[in-house]
Design a protein around this ligand. Structure first.
Ligand code: SAM
Length: 334
């Protein structure tokens, strides 16, 4: 472990800090001197700083984040115009440069060379923690490979904020980012998740766009059933922050009654353990679509077209979507 005496919020060498943590005075040691004493303008240690920024409420910026943004040579931003508003608000004049998914490759080379010569670079995304469904991963890998210190500056993150207030278990959870945009790919992804179910229940966390949330919920209901517990966390930390908690059927019903769904959404579900499903339900889910269609046809004496229509209704899918899935399944079996 290396000491970084110049890092804000960690002004003491690591050895003396750990001695303090062992003493009775844990709370004041962990707060660090910066909350109790005037902040010093000590220069930052060289390295790549991953700085979390607010996900809506500017009050969520941390003191350390402000120090790092002030003290860095440059701030690499997902969108410089967006970050400039934050910097203006806190009167930070550090120069910015863009670093997004389209130029990350070229920027990485440039910034790694600056870091290797002792530079201090802060990396921010538009909101929240960089690298979480946001650019940053490539730069981190390159910095580690170049032997450059990588320093996280923790702060806001939509997934964890939603999780801790959701009421769902945080003992075992999985963050899965955005679901695929296309209906077929999304359904395939969710079906794969059902197959991956563990022996223990776990909370799954997704990011979702407001214009796709109703489709995503319909898919979740079709795959896991109407009793699936979900929590929709909307506009976290903002004026219209909202949590919708209930079964997927209830949350869908609530949203269907709204004129428009706006804002940023994090969606959580309580994925049941495999063993929690009744055996007949497990068998039904494993049953191939073609077999279900054939069974429906023979039980009801209807043709394939009609059976497809009924099954689509039962699963909450469109006929064409179900047809595409059937084709995929048949192709896999060939
Ligand atoms: N890096 C960010 C983080 O640490 O949370 C996430 C960036 S990702 C591109 C943006 C997505 O995060 C949004 O589409 C939404 O799903 C979720 N999100 C961001 N801010 C949110 C908020 N205030 N409330 C709920 N979800 C939010």
């Amino acid at each position: 472990m290396t000491d970084r005496p110049n890092m804000p919020g960690a002004l003491k060498p690591a050895a003396s800090l750990s001695r303090e943590l062992d003493s009775e005075n844990r709370e004041s040691a962990s707060l660090g001197p910066s909350l109790k004493e005037p902040r010093t303008a000590a220069p930052l240690a060289p390295g790549l700083y991953l700085v979390a920024t607010p996900i809506g409420n500017l009050g969520d910026i941390t003191l350390r984040a402000l120090d790092v943004l002030r003290g860095a040579d440059r701030i690499a931003c997902e969108d410089t115009r967006h970050t400039q508003k934050l910097l203006n608000h806190f009167q930070i004049a550090t120069p910015t440069l863009s670093c997004h998914e389209h130029n990350e490759h070229q920027r990485t080379e440039e910034l790694i060379s600056a870091l290797k010569s002792g530079g201090r670079i802060a990396l921010v995304s538009d909101a929240g923690t960089p690298g979480i469904s946001d650019p940053g991963g490539r730069m981190v890998k390159a910095a580690i490979a170049a032997g450059v210190p990588v320093i996280p500056i923790p702060g806001a993150n939509a997934a964890l904020s939603a999780l801790v207030a959701s009421g769902l278990s945080a003992a075992a959870f999985q963050f899965l980012g955005f679901l695929p945009e296309k209906a077929g790919a999304r359904r395939t992804r969710l079906e794969a998740l059902v197959r991956e179910q563990l022996e223990e229940p776990r909370t799954l966390i997704f990011y979702e766009a407001p214009h796709r949330i109703e489709e995503a919920l319909a898919d979740l209901e079709a795959v896991w059933g109407p009793e699936l517990r979900v929590v929709l966390a909307r506009e976290l930390t903002k004026l219209h922050e909202e949590f919708l908690r209930g079964t997927v059927a209830e949350v869908r019903h609530e949203l269907a009654g709204r004129e428009r769904i706006r804002g940023e959404i994090t969606l959580l579900i309580e994925a049941p353990a495999r063993s929690a499903q009744p055996p007949e339900e497990q068998a039904r889910k494993r049953e191939a679509l073609s077999a279900r269609l054939a069974r429906l046809q023979s039980e009801s004496g209807i043709d394939e077209k009609e059976a497809l229509k009924r099954l689509a209704r039962e699963l909450g899918k469109s006929k064409s979507e179900l047809y595409r899935e059937l084709q995929r399944e048949r192709a896999q079996r060939r």
